[in-house]
Design a protein around this ligand. Sequence first.
Ligand SMILES: C[S@@+](CC[C@H](N)C(=O)[O-])C[C@H]1O[C@@H](n2cnc3c(N)ncnc32)[C@H](O)[C@@H]1O
Length: 324
Amino acid sequence: MLIDDLRAARLSAGWSRVSLAQRVGVDPQTIKRLEKGVGSMSTLTSVMAVLDFRLAGLGPGRTLHEQLRASRRRRSISLDGLAAKTGLSRTTVASLEQGGGSVASLLRLLAVLAPKARRRARERTYWGQGDREDRDARFTPPEFLASIYAAFGNIDLDPCGHVLSPVVARRRILLSENGDGLVENWAGRLAFVNPPFSELLVWLRRAHDQWQRGHVQTVVCLVPVRTDSHLFHETLSVDADIFLLRGRVRFLDSRGKRQGTPFSLMLLTFGATESQRDRYAGLVLGIWLARRSVPAVAASMLRRRDAEPRPFDNSTIGPPLIYP
Ligand SMILES: C[S@@+](CC[C@H](N)C(=O)[O-])C[C@H]1O[C@@H](n2cnc3c(N)ncnc32)[C@H](O)[C@@H]1O
């Protein structure tokens, strides 16, 4: 699967083996061999970087070998356990997790650890100049956060934090400290989630799950508006209250530069109270698609018409934007 996808990625980039080899700085024979599943992990990762090729279906990480380690840990398998399951030696598994070893060993490992791992679809929308990791490291600007603190209160948890992010939270889960917000339990009154946009689905599922379990009272997510998604219609449309932001947020990148999103954004909240929502609408321009308790008479009419028991109230439009 990986090898087929790799070849397809080269062809869809319109590159011959020779031109890919030149870009990677290897011999064309090396690319030919790689496309037959023969070669080293280090060549493979160089080719993946040039093709902007990442695998979905593995744990988080900046590189393939970090993703392998995260996947094993996520499934609570020891090095010895994985060696036994794959028929590889413990040393080979450890070496793969450090970026060494051969492609043949990697394929055996993937067949056990992540048999469905596939090339991650590229973001459909242009977002940033850098690689995926760079695109996912966009930080919420302080002036945007000011209205979050003012309306929802202090943030107890940022489950996908970053040392360079201006988010002020009592607890931040940091990848750089081996934290994993998709594994560690969330806790507290308010979680603020500006997730990696390339992994929206998994983060929104996580947010919904942690809120549903009562681990966190209110979750506020800052995410692109994708109301056509399967997830949105199945789960989020039932429990989420949504604030459609008018105007775009200018995020900060790791160099402190500003960048506006080329797509619309919304706050997607679980468990936000009516007064929190009202306060937010008083600070930021946009429209709440929020469920409100329905007056008794209206509720009985709604029941008679078999309509949604908690209809949207989209009448709340606040004063001008406070973010640029
Ligand atoms: C869009 S940035 C937002 C950072 C910060 N929450 C903010 O609002 O400024 C998303 C961050 O999630 C982090 N991240 C990605 N996967 C993660 C994981 N599994 N656990 C914790 N953090 C993760 C990345 O390091 C990235 O910096």
